[in-house]
Ligand binder design. Structure first.
Ligand code: 3HC
Length: 695
């Protein structure tokens, strides 16, 4: 046995228990222990059945991802699963927690499966750019309907124990007890009943026609645009329906190895670890989070109502203040409607909804209701005067120790903090719209913010199931500062000759969730216009300022909300508009610019070079702690394709020298916008990458 596994046998039942915290990943030690345990039990004539179970919070939650990319060490997981399946004595997997990836594959190799009631099951490899590579694509469709296997494997979705039992994935749900006790009791019952080994591989897939796979492929192409793994998963499952287990496993292994070598696998695993690393910030070591149960919100517009909804859904009580009673009522009705939608979708129980309406959500026009709130989040109009006034009032009414947060997207949190006598309690909590759906939360740390307040911001994100990224104070923090910058670069591409529609198409093809001009239309063009007007007095005369977005605002074309922006929104259709192209042509003519052809590749190069160059400055200035914080921000808040890992990971993949060469190439036409970032130059000169700075 290894340190990660224990073996004992009693009353004819051998028990292999795994203990490899935190999630019992199938590391080398676990695989070796499992293989040894099976061998031992096979050789012991006193053993009639074998139970595999885990200590701690979960059964094996997957292969050990940290071993990926390193030379493989025997025994491999597929060979261990094969040994389990080949056992002549019945093997019982006793499951709890999250039985994921390689963990579920071990369970599929076992002959019987029992699970505690709150166990969840999934094959999430696709989210890491992989397919289940230890038999999952071959054995799952032998146990559950092929359509369900396709769904689980291509989406990585988890299912609960009752669904797993109905589908045939597990045999029985344990009533209570530990996984070990439940497994032993089930094993004894099976032995008493004369049940023997029952290899999953001996079963046949329920027949499935070619059309099932064609339909699955076209659905996946649409939903998971640009991604290689989901389509490869379907190829492997199709092999399961056509080939004997042994041959199917060979196909699966080849496809798995191919994905393992790919850039998408590296990018998605980078994203996985970056999203966990991002919570490791210095303040959390220095201070503990303050307790919180109630949230106060100032402002019931889209943002305030969204934050209220999100907080209520996470079990927090909310009091919301608006300036006038009709606005307060509107906020109440917006939040209530969204929550009713959650009830319909089964995300919120009817009784929890009623509790919210009756007791947990209160709106008012009086700041006095904020007196007992633990965290107050201001989501009012983006004006420094408005914010200063609000924070002075909060200082007067809020209890000592309350966290005073602003949801500003751009404004200086230091100045806002100075409007109070307790700047240590003031922080930026920048949510993204719609706040009850978007995962990202920028935690903006001002000069005097105390470590406990930072830790509380991270704890709030966790409670609200969001991913918090620490950002320093500057105009736009990490995300919006980058957005403003890359928008200038692509506005430049439009002035050179691309149309906004060319830009949107090129960047959607690159993998962005939406093109930047469609995003502006959705957000409302007046938002960016207000920021540009605010910054106009500080604009450097060397900046080549494209005016076409301002012209649209002046014509009251504010995007979707007015039916026209860069696009026309009519009868449920989105149409390109020749008038917009004329307007841009006029601006070019007035500036003496002769339009050139700008290819899709060049649009992407400009977009990425601008983003990476500015992000290098953001890291250099300490606004982002590490390059990975930029990656997590862009992936979770700005629709950057996760399968490219984030802009910094992408830059490492294509090579920082290539990015710097692009910056220098574009700087020949505009050396102000395209001034190379010092950090980028230093890294290239030293042959380093951004990932070296993540360590
Ligand atoms: N390998 C190595 N480390 C892992 C891991 C894995 N499979 N899964 C989680 N961890 C680590 C995390 O990095 C984290 O480390 P840290 O504390 O140093 O940051 C720690 O375990 C705890 O993880 P979480 O913070 O995510 O804990 P949660 O309780 O929130 O979630 C979980 C637990 C649901 C198991 C979640 O970690 C998860 O989804 N893990 C990934 C599961 C997965 O993708 N499995 C498939 C792996 S690929 C595979 O199996 C290939 C096979 O087919 C051959």
């Amino acid at each position: 046995m290894t340190q990660a596994t224990r073996y004992d046998a009693r009353d004819g039942i051998a028990i292999i228990s795994i203990s490899n915290p935190p999630v019992n990943a199938a590391s080398f030690a676990v695989r070796s222990g499992l293989a040894d345990g099976i061998q031992h039990a096979e050789a012991d004539p006193a053993v009639a059945a074998i139970v595999i179970c885990c200590d701690g919070r979960t059964f094996i939650a997957g292969a050990d991802i940290k071993e990926f990319g390193k030379p493989p060490v025997s025994p491999s997981l597929p060979s261990v699963v094969a040994a389990i399946e080949a056992s002549t004595k019945p093997v019982i997997a006793s499951l709890h927690g999250t039985v994921l990836g390689g963990g579920l594959e071990v369970a599929l190799g076992a002959h019987y499966r029992i699970a505690l009631p709150d166990t969840r099951f999934g094959l999430p490899e696709v989210k890491l750019g992989l397919l289940p590579g230890a038999g999952g694509t071959q054995r799952l469709p032998r146990l559950v309907p092929v359509e369900m296997a396709i769904d689980m494997i291509t989406t990585g979705r988890q299912i609960k124990a009752d669904e797993a039992q109905r589908a045939g994935l597990i045999d029985i749900i344990a009533k209570d007890g530990t996984p070990r006790d439940a497994g032993i009791a089930y094993a004894k019952a099976l032995v008493a009943d004369g049940q023997g080994a029952r290899p999953t591989g001996d079963l046949l897939c329920q027949s499935s026609v070619g059309e099932t796979f064609d339909a699955a492929r076209s659905a996946v192409k649409k939903k998971m645009r640009g991604q290689v793994a989901p389509l490869t998963c379907i190829d492997a499952i199709e092999a399961a329906t056509k080939l004997p287990l042994k041959e199917g496993l060979r196909v699966e292994r080849d496809l798995f190895q191919k994905l393992m070598q790919g850039d998408q696998r590296a990018a998605l695993i980078h994203a996985f670890f970056a999203e966990r690393q991002v919570a490791k910030v210095p303040e959390i070591k220095e201070g503990s989070p303050r307790e919180f149960a109630s949230i106060g919100i100032i402002g019931g517009g889209t943002m305030g109502a969204g934050i209220a909804t999100s907080a209520l859904l996470s079990g927090l009580d909310v009091v919301l203040v608006e300036t006038a009673s009709d606005a307060a009522e509107r906020a109440l009705s917006t939040v209530t409607k969204t929550l009713q939608g959650s009830v319909k979708r089964g995300k919120l129980s009817q009784s929890a909804f009623e509790d919210i309406v009756e007791r947990r959500f209160v709106t008012s026009t009086d700041y006095a209701i904020l007196a007992e709130a633990d965290i107050i989040i201001e989501a009012a109009f983006e004006s420094m005067d408005v914010k200063k006034d609000i924070f002075a009032q909060l200082d007067a009414v809020c209890k000592p120790g309350a966290v005073l947060a602003t949801n500003t997207s751009y404004l200086d949190v230091n100045t806002i903090a100075d409007a109070t006598d307790r700047p240590g309690d003031v922080i930026g909590l920048h949510f993204f719209s719609p706040a009850h759906m978007m995962k990202l939360l920028e935690v903006v740390v001002a000069e005097k913010t105390s470590p406990e307040v930072v830790a509380t911001g991270f704890a709030l994100a966790k409670k609200m199931q969001k991913i918090a990224v620490r950002a320093g104070v500057c105009d736009g923090f990490i995300g919006n500062r980058l957005l403003s910058f890359y928008r200038r670069a692509i506005d430049g591409a439009v002035m050179r000759g691309a149309s906004p529609y060319d830009v949107d198409r090129a960047l959607v093809d690159f993998g962005m969730a939406m093109g930047p001009f469609s995003v502006s239309d959705l957000a409302g063009l007046d938002i960016g216009y207000a920021t540009r007007k605010r910054l106009a007095p500080f604009r450097d005369p060397r900046e080549a300022y494209a005016e076409f977005s301002d012209r649209l605002c002046e014509k009251k074309r504010l995007g979707r909300k007015t039916g026209r922006g860069f696009y026309i929104y009519e009868n449920g259709q989105t149409l390109e508009d020749p008038d917009v192209l004329d307007m841009i042509a006029q601006e070019r003519a007035a500036k003496g610019i002769i339009a050139e052809q700008v290819t899709a590749q060049e649009i992407v190069e400009r977009f990425m070079a601008a983003m990476v160059n500015e992000a290098a400055r953001i890291v250099d200035e300490g606004i982002a702690l590490r390059p990975l914080d930029v990656d997590v921000t862009l992936v979770n808040g700005y629709g950057f394709p996760r399968w490219r890992g984030g802009p910094m990971h992408y830059a490492d993949t294509v090579g920082l020298d290539k990015i710097l060469a692009d910056v220098r190439r574009f700087s020949k036409e505009d050396d102000y916008l395209w001034e190379p970032a010092q950090l980028l130059e230093t890294l290239v000169a030293g042959g380093q990458s951004f990932s070296d700075l993540n360590a």
